[in-house]
Design a protein around this ligand. Structure first.
Ligand code: FAD
Length: 137
């Protein structure tokens, strides 16, 4: 079974609450541990950006489930690759709150200081997520 990394972005719904985030994280941590999926989730005013790592079967199943979640819309795959090792192996689902995302960091990986992961290359999105690991809750 191949080890896969999928990175996608989506648009969060305007009515998303802190409770929604907590519910997503609680389900993610329980389900992902069982499925041996690791990764990172961050969000800003408009977007989610998430990385999922694990077996092809588990990552595909989870991604299909996530795309049906009404708390976000228009999921957009940025990267889907076979990998030799995980980048986020310590986290069933690490979470980075919007307050931890600085304009300086966004600018390092984007053409502007506005966070729009749909405009990031696969390498930039991965670099950006890796750079966020020291802020994980
Ligand atoms: P439950 O434990 O029954 O669901 C947990 C709670 O979430 C319930 O209280 C319910 O009110 C609420 N909920 C469930 N599905 C929906 C829905 N479609 N719309 C609105 N509310 C809902 N899940 C993971 O397992 N791993 C992940 O890494 C992951 N990442 C996510 C990233 C994003 C950006 C979003 C929006 C969702 C993510 N989810 C993730 C959640 C996923 O879409 C499912 O909601 C979740 O996996 C359901 O968990 P469960 O089967 O244990 O159901």
């Amino acid at each position: 079974m191949q080890l896969i990394r999928a990175i996608y972005a989506s648009y969060k719904i305007d009515s998303l609450t802190r409770e929604d985030i907590e519910s997503i994280l609680a389900a993610s941590r329980a389900n992902n541990s069982r499925a041996e999926i690791t990764g990172l989730l961050c969000f800003s005013h408009h977007h989610f950006l998430q990385c999922l790592e694990g077996s092809r079967e588990q990552v595909n199943q989870l991604y299909n489930k996530i795309t049906r979640d009404s708390r976000h819309a228009e999921p957009f795959i940025i990267d889907y690759s076979e990998i030799s090792e995980r980048a986020f192996s310590s986290w069933a689902m690490g979470y980075v709150p919007d307050t931890a995302i600085s304009r300086e960091l966004i600018l390092k990986y984007s053409t502007s200081g506005q966070f729009d992961p749909t405009q990031m290359s696969a390498a930039s999105a991965l670099g950006f997520l890796r750079a966020l690991t020291n802020t994980i809750e």
